[in-house]
Design a protein around this ligand. Structure first.
Ligand code: SAM
Ligand code: GLN
Length: 291
Protein backbone atom coordinates (compact mmCIF):
# COMPACT_ATOMS: atom_id res chain seq x y z
CA UNK A 1 0.00 0.00 0.00
CA UNK A 2 1.09 3.60 -0.61
CA UNK A 3 0.99 6.27 2.09
CA UNK A 4 -2.25 7.64 0.65
CA UNK A 5 -3.87 4.23 0.38
CA UNK A 6 -2.84 3.34 3.93
CA UNK A 7 -4.39 6.52 5.30
CA UNK A 8 -7.62 5.99 3.36
CA UNK A 9 -7.84 2.38 4.53
CA UNK A 10 -7.33 3.31 8.19
CA UNK A 11 -9.79 6.22 8.03
CA UNK A 12 -12.53 3.98 6.69
CA UNK A 13 -12.00 1.49 9.52
CA UNK A 14 -12.02 4.24 12.15
CA UNK A 15 -15.20 5.75 10.73
CA UNK A 16 -16.91 2.33 10.75
CA UNK A 17 -15.84 1.71 14.36
CA UNK A 18 -16.87 5.15 15.61
CA UNK A 19 -13.35 6.38 16.41
CA UNK A 20 -13.43 10.18 16.58
CA UNK A 21 -11.15 12.23 14.33
CA UNK A 22 -10.48 9.38 11.90
CA UNK A 23 -7.98 11.36 9.81
CA UNK A 24 -5.94 12.63 12.76
CA UNK A 25 -5.68 9.14 14.23
CA UNK A 26 -4.75 7.55 10.88
CA UNK A 27 -2.03 10.18 10.36
CA UNK A 28 -0.55 10.05 13.86
CA UNK A 29 -0.26 6.27 13.76
CA UNK A 30 1.28 6.27 10.29
CA UNK A 31 3.84 8.91 11.30
CA UNK A 32 4.66 6.77 14.32
CA UNK A 33 5.16 3.67 12.12
CA UNK A 34 7.33 5.51 9.64
CA UNK A 35 9.30 7.20 12.42
CA UNK A 36 8.63 10.64 11.03
CA UNK A 37 6.68 13.78 11.91
CA UNK A 38 3.86 15.37 9.96
CA UNK A 39 6.09 17.76 8.03
CA UNK A 40 8.39 14.96 6.93
CA UNK A 41 5.38 13.00 5.69
CA UNK A 42 4.11 15.98 3.68
CA UNK A 43 7.50 16.30 2.02
CA UNK A 44 7.50 12.62 1.12
CA UNK A 45 5.93 11.36 -2.10
CA UNK A 46 2.48 10.13 -1.18
CA UNK A 47 2.82 7.28 -3.62
CA UNK A 48 5.75 5.93 -1.52
CA UNK A 49 4.97 2.30 -0.79
CA UNK A 50 5.15 1.02 2.79
CA UNK A 51 7.61 -1.83 3.41
CA UNK A 52 6.15 -5.16 4.53
CA UNK A 53 7.25 -4.48 8.10
CA UNK A 54 5.81 -0.94 8.12
CA UNK A 55 2.52 -2.20 6.73
CA UNK A 56 2.36 -5.01 9.27
CA UNK A 57 3.00 -2.64 12.19
CA UNK A 58 0.47 -0.13 10.85
CA UNK A 59 -2.23 -2.81 10.49
CA UNK A 60 -1.73 -3.90 14.09
CA UNK A 61 -1.87 -0.37 15.46
CA UNK A 62 -4.96 0.48 13.42
CA UNK A 63 -6.69 -2.67 14.69
CA UNK A 64 -5.95 -1.67 18.28
CA UNK A 65 -7.13 1.89 17.75
CA UNK A 66 -10.30 0.54 16.06
CA UNK A 67 -10.80 -1.42 19.30
CA UNK A 68 -10.71 1.99 21.07
CA UNK A 69 -7.28 1.68 22.65
CA UNK A 70 -6.39 5.33 23.27
CA UNK A 71 -4.01 6.84 20.71
CA UNK A 72 -1.61 7.93 23.47
CA UNK A 73 -1.11 4.33 24.66
CA UNK A 74 -0.27 3.30 21.09
CA UNK A 75 2.19 6.16 20.64
CA UNK A 76 3.56 5.55 24.17
CA UNK A 77 3.43 9.23 25.03
CA UNK A 78 1.08 12.07 25.91
CA UNK A 79 1.65 15.83 26.03
CA UNK A 80 1.36 17.55 29.42
CA UNK A 81 2.21 21.23 29.82
CA UNK A 82 5.58 21.59 28.10
CA UNK A 83 6.60 17.94 28.05
CA UNK A 84 5.81 14.69 26.33
CA UNK A 85 5.33 12.10 29.08
CA UNK A 86 5.72 8.35 28.68
CA UNK A 87 2.40 6.57 29.22
CA UNK A 88 1.18 2.99 29.04
CA UNK A 89 -2.02 1.15 29.92
CA UNK A 90 -1.14 1.18 33.63
CA UNK A 91 -1.52 4.95 33.97
CA UNK A 92 -4.29 7.44 33.38
CA UNK A 93 -3.52 9.58 30.33
CA UNK A 94 -2.82 13.05 31.75
CA UNK A 95 -5.63 15.48 30.89
CA UNK A 96 -5.70 19.18 29.95
CA UNK A 97 -7.92 19.75 33.02
CA UNK A 98 -5.05 18.59 35.22
CA UNK A 99 -2.75 21.13 33.57
CA UNK A 100 -5.10 23.73 35.05
CA UNK A 101 -4.73 22.19 38.51
CA UNK A 102 -0.95 22.39 38.21
CA UNK A 103 -1.12 26.00 37.00
CA UNK A 104 -3.23 27.01 40.00
CA UNK A 105 -0.77 25.32 42.37
CA UNK A 106 2.21 27.05 40.75
CA UNK A 107 0.46 30.42 40.96
CA UNK A 108 -0.41 29.79 44.61
CA UNK A 109 3.08 28.81 45.69
CA UNK A 110 4.59 31.81 43.93
CA UNK A 111 2.36 34.21 45.94
CA UNK A 112 3.29 36.29 49.01
CA UNK A 113 4.72 33.91 51.59
CA UNK A 114 6.39 31.79 48.89
CA UNK A 115 9.16 29.42 49.87
CA UNK A 116 12.23 28.41 47.92
CA UNK A 117 12.11 24.70 47.01
CA UNK A 118 8.69 23.93 48.53
CA UNK A 119 7.93 20.44 49.83
CA UNK A 120 5.04 18.80 47.95
CA UNK A 121 3.08 15.56 48.34
CA UNK A 122 1.35 14.27 45.16
CA UNK A 123 -1.22 11.61 46.03
CA UNK A 124 -1.99 9.11 43.23
CA UNK A 125 0.74 10.28 40.90
CA UNK A 126 0.02 7.89 37.97
CA UNK A 127 2.36 8.93 35.14
CA UNK A 128 3.93 11.47 37.50
CA UNK A 129 2.46 14.35 35.47
CA UNK A 130 1.74 16.64 38.43
CA UNK A 131 4.92 15.73 40.32
CA UNK A 132 7.38 16.37 37.50
CA UNK A 133 5.65 19.60 36.44
CA UNK A 134 5.85 21.06 39.95
CA UNK A 135 9.44 19.92 40.38
CA UNK A 136 10.40 21.72 37.18
CA UNK A 137 8.38 24.90 37.67
CA UNK A 138 9.00 25.47 41.40
CA UNK A 139 12.24 23.59 42.05
CA UNK A 140 9.97 21.70 44.44
CA UNK A 141 10.99 18.59 46.37
CA UNK A 142 8.12 16.20 45.58
CA UNK A 143 7.11 12.96 47.25
CA UNK A 144 4.69 11.11 44.97
CA UNK A 145 2.65 8.07 46.01
CA UNK A 146 0.53 5.52 44.16
CA UNK A 147 -0.96 2.14 45.06
CA UNK A 148 -0.17 0.85 41.60
CA UNK A 149 3.41 -0.43 41.39
CA UNK A 150 3.08 -0.56 37.59
CA UNK A 151 2.08 3.10 37.47
CA UNK A 152 5.06 4.03 39.63
CA UNK A 153 7.40 2.37 37.12
CA UNK A 154 6.04 4.74 34.48
CA UNK A 155 6.31 7.72 36.84
CA UNK A 156 9.94 6.78 37.56
CA UNK A 157 10.69 6.64 33.82
CA UNK A 158 9.33 10.17 33.44
CA UNK A 159 11.31 11.40 36.44
CA UNK A 160 14.50 9.94 34.98
CA UNK A 161 13.90 11.21 31.44
CA UNK A 162 13.43 14.73 32.75
CA UNK A 163 16.47 14.37 35.03
CA UNK A 164 14.46 15.12 38.16
CA UNK A 165 15.77 12.25 40.31
CA UNK A 166 17.17 14.71 42.85
CA UNK A 167 13.76 16.32 43.31
CA UNK A 168 11.06 13.69 42.83
CA UNK A 169 10.80 10.47 44.84
CA UNK A 170 8.05 7.99 43.99
CA UNK A 171 6.83 5.80 46.82
CA UNK A 172 4.52 2.82 46.74
CA UNK A 173 1.48 2.59 49.01
CA UNK A 174 -1.98 3.72 49.99
CA UNK A 175 -2.53 7.52 49.99
CA UNK A 176 -0.31 9.02 52.77
CA UNK A 177 0.89 5.69 54.25
CA UNK A 178 4.32 5.72 52.61
CA UNK A 179 4.94 9.25 53.95
CA UNK A 180 4.51 8.41 57.62
CA UNK A 181 8.07 7.16 58.04
CA UNK A 182 9.56 10.29 56.46
CA UNK A 183 9.15 12.72 59.36
CA UNK A 184 7.19 15.18 57.27
CA UNK A 185 4.66 16.24 59.92
CA UNK A 186 4.07 20.00 59.66
CA UNK A 187 6.75 20.27 56.91
CA UNK A 188 4.71 20.24 53.73
CA UNK A 189 3.90 23.35 51.65
CA UNK A 190 1.46 21.66 49.29
CA UNK A 191 -0.62 18.49 49.23
CA UNK A 192 -1.94 18.01 45.71
CA UNK A 193 -4.01 15.26 44.12
CA UNK A 194 -6.05 14.36 41.10
CA UNK A 195 -7.83 11.49 42.83
CA UNK A 196 -10.14 8.93 41.21
CA UNK A 197 -13.48 10.79 41.20
CA UNK A 198 -15.86 9.17 38.73
CA UNK A 199 -18.94 7.85 40.59
CA UNK A 200 -18.84 4.04 40.50
CA UNK A 201 -21.94 3.57 38.33
CA UNK A 202 -20.78 6.22 35.82
CA UNK A 203 -17.44 4.58 34.95
CA UNK A 204 -18.98 2.12 32.48
CA UNK A 205 -20.91 4.87 30.69
CA UNK A 206 -17.73 6.76 29.71
CA UNK A 207 -16.18 6.52 26.24
CA UNK A 208 -14.73 3.03 25.59
CA UNK A 209 -11.25 4.59 25.43
CA UNK A 210 -11.68 5.44 29.12
CA UNK A 211 -13.99 2.75 30.51
CA UNK A 212 -12.40 -0.22 28.74
CA UNK A 213 -8.76 0.81 28.54
CA UNK A 214 -7.72 3.19 31.31
CA UNK A 215 -7.05 1.71 34.77
CA UNK A 216 -10.28 1.46 36.74
CA UNK A 217 -8.25 2.10 39.86
CA UNK A 218 -7.46 5.56 38.49
CA UNK A 219 -11.10 6.44 37.84
CA UNK A 220 -13.51 4.91 40.35
CA UNK A 221 -14.23 7.30 43.21
CA UNK A 222 -16.86 5.13 44.92
CA UNK A 223 -20.61 5.54 45.06
CA UNK A 224 -20.74 9.35 44.92
CA UNK A 225 -17.23 9.91 43.50
CA UNK A 226 -16.08 11.42 46.82
CA UNK A 227 -14.41 8.46 48.58
CA UNK A 228 -10.91 9.81 47.99
CA UNK A 229 -11.77 13.39 49.05
CA UNK A 230 -13.13 12.02 52.33
CA UNK A 231 -9.88 10.10 52.85
CA UNK A 232 -7.39 12.72 51.62
CA UNK A 233 -8.74 15.90 53.26
CA UNK A 234 -8.39 14.89 56.94
CA UNK A 235 -5.21 12.87 56.33
CA UNK A 236 -3.48 15.88 54.71
CA UNK A 237 -3.79 18.12 57.78
CA UNK A 238 -0.94 16.83 59.98
CA UNK A 239 1.52 17.01 57.08
CA UNK A 240 0.79 20.65 56.14
CA UNK A 241 2.75 23.57 57.60
CA UNK A 242 0.42 25.32 60.10
CA UNK A 243 -0.77 28.63 58.66
CA UNK A 244 1.15 28.12 55.40
CA UNK A 245 0.47 24.75 53.79
CA UNK A 246 -2.01 24.41 50.93
CA UNK A 247 -4.32 21.61 49.84
CA UNK A 248 -5.09 21.61 46.10
CA UNK A 249 -7.39 18.99 44.58
CA UNK A 250 -8.80 18.33 41.13
CA UNK A 251 -12.61 18.18 41.20
CA UNK A 252 -14.86 15.74 39.39
CA UNK A 253 -17.84 17.15 37.47
CA UNK A 254 -20.49 18.47 39.84
CA UNK A 255 -18.53 17.67 43.01
CA UNK A 256 -17.52 21.22 44.04
CA UNK A 257 -20.18 21.68 46.72
CA UNK A 258 -19.67 18.26 48.28
CA UNK A 259 -15.89 18.68 48.44
CA UNK A 260 -16.30 22.21 49.86
CA UNK A 261 -18.35 20.61 52.63
CA UNK A 262 -15.78 17.86 53.21
CA UNK A 263 -13.05 20.50 53.60
CA UNK A 264 -15.28 22.85 55.62
CA UNK A 265 -16.18 20.06 58.06
CA UNK A 266 -12.55 19.74 59.10
CA UNK A 267 -12.44 23.31 60.52
CA UNK A 268 -8.67 23.20 60.10
CA UNK A 269 -8.75 24.89 56.71
CA UNK A 270 -9.45 28.39 55.41
CA UNK A 271 -12.65 28.75 53.37
CA UNK A 272 -12.00 26.75 50.20
CA UNK A 273 -11.77 28.52 46.84
CA UNK A 274 -12.87 26.92 43.57
CA UNK A 275 -11.46 27.60 40.09
CA UNK A 276 -12.95 26.65 36.72
CA UNK A 277 -11.19 24.79 33.89
CA UNK A 278 -11.05 25.97 30.27
CA UNK A 279 -14.62 24.73 29.71
CA UNK A 280 -15.92 26.77 32.64
CA UNK A 281 -16.47 23.71 34.89
CA UNK A 282 -15.44 23.89 38.55
CA UNK A 283 -12.20 21.90 38.40
CA UNK A 284 -9.81 22.97 41.14
CA UNK A 285 -10.40 23.43 44.86
CA UNK A 286 -7.83 24.86 47.25
CA UNK A 287 -7.68 25.66 50.94
CA UNK A 288 -4.94 26.66 53.36
CA UNK A 289 -4.26 24.99 56.71
CA UNK A 290 -5.03 27.37 59.56
CA UNK A 291 -2.62 28.16 62.38
N1 SAM B 1 -1.87 12.19 38.97
C1 SAM B 1 -2.11 11.56 37.69
C2 SAM B 1 -2.75 12.57 36.75
O1 SAM B 1 -3.25 13.57 37.23
O2 SAM B 1 -2.70 12.36 35.52
C3 SAM B 1 -3.02 10.32 37.84
C4 SAM B 1 -4.34 10.60 38.49
S1 SAM B 1 -5.47 9.23 38.43
C5 SAM B 1 -6.99 10.08 38.31
C6 SAM B 1 -5.53 8.65 40.11
C7 SAM B 1 -4.31 7.83 40.55
O3 SAM B 1 -4.52 7.46 41.93
C8 SAM B 1 -4.06 6.55 39.80
O4 SAM B 1 -2.73 6.50 39.36
C9 SAM B 1 -4.32 5.43 40.82
O5 SAM B 1 -3.52 4.29 40.68
C10 SAM B 1 -4.02 6.14 42.11
N2 SAM B 1 -4.68 5.57 43.31
C11 SAM B 1 -5.87 4.94 43.40
N3 SAM B 1 -6.12 4.57 44.67
C12 SAM B 1 -5.04 4.98 45.40
C13 SAM B 1 -4.69 4.89 46.78
N4 SAM B 1 -5.50 4.29 47.66
N5 SAM B 1 -3.50 5.40 47.18
C14 SAM B 1 -2.66 6.00 46.28
N6 SAM B 1 -2.95 6.12 44.97
C15 SAM B 1 -4.12 5.62 44.54
N1 GLN C 1 -10.56 13.23 34.16
C1 GLN C 1 -10.81 11.80 33.98
C2 GLN C 1 -12.02 11.60 33.10
O1 GLN C 1 -12.99 12.34 33.25
C3 GLN C 1 -11.05 11.14 35.32
C4 GLN C 1 -9.86 11.17 36.17
C5 GLN C 1 -10.18 11.07 37.63
O2 GLN C 1 -11.03 10.31 38.08
N2 GLN C 1 -9.52 11.89 38.37
O3 GLN C 1 -12.02 10.72 32.28
Amino acid sequence: MTINESLQWAMEIFEQEGVENARGNAEHLLDHCLGMDRTARFLMRHERVLSTVEEDVYRRLVAQRADHTPLQYLLGKAPFLNEDLVVDKWVLIPRPETEKVVEVAIWLLRQGESVVAPVVLDIGTGSGAIAVSLAKALQAKVWASDVSAEALEVAQINVRRLQLEEQVAVVHGDLFCPFHVLNLAGQVDLVISNPPYIPHRVVDTLAPEVSQHEPRMALDGGEDGCDFYRAIVPAAIPFLKPGLGWLVLELGDGLAVKVQDIIGNQREFSTPQVFPDLNGKDRVIMAKRGR
